[in-house]
Design a binder for this molecule. Structure first.
Ligand code: SF4
Ligand code: SF4
Length: 136
């Protein structure tokens, strides 16, 4: 008999304002993801692609919306509940994130709430990727 135990998860998405849906400007979707969206909304593949995604160079990403809390976020985030409105049809990349037992953004949230001694404080996190130049 198998005795595999699930690793303990150290974050709780229901207690997070959905940092990951907001601070990443690119949520990349595959053709399979678009197919899932099309089925969910009973649209053609082309219609789902046009309505919900846009081209970004060589890739296709989810469209975004204004977010009073974090500036911008995924178009599928419910701005009131901070939950995903297409949970069962969400892209693969959303299913896999964060891909480990800790979420760095959740850790920051908990860290700042403890440091500020305020359970309601919301640290505003911005993410920028810089590519340092290497000496040749
Ligand atoms: S940032 Fe982390 S804790 Fe928050 S919703 Fe995303 S995965 Fe969950
Ligand atoms: S599809 Fe859902 S889980 Fe993925 S970024 Fe958008 S709101 Fe978040």
């Amino acid at each position: 008999m198998s005795t595999t135990t699930k690793p303990r998860i150290h974050y709780d998405c229901t207690k997070c304002p959905a940092f990951c849906c907001s601070i990443y400007e690119r949520v990349v979707v595959t053709q399979r993801d678009v197919k899932r969206l099309a089925r969910h909304f009973e649209l053609t593949h082309e219609e789902a692609e046009r309505r919900f995604t846009k081209r970004n160079g060589d890739e296709r990403i989810l469209r975004r919306q204004k977010d009073p809390l974090l500036g911008q976020t995924c178009r599928f985030l419910d701005l009131e509940t901070r939950g995903c409105t297409i949970y069962h049809a969400r892209p693969q990349i959303c299913r896999e994130y964060p891909g480990r037992t800790r979420c760095g953004y959740y850790d920051i949230l908990q860290f700042e709430r403890a440091t500020q001694e305020d359970d309601s404080v919301l640290p505003l996190i911005q993410l920028r990727f810089l590519k340092p130049k290497r000496d040749s």
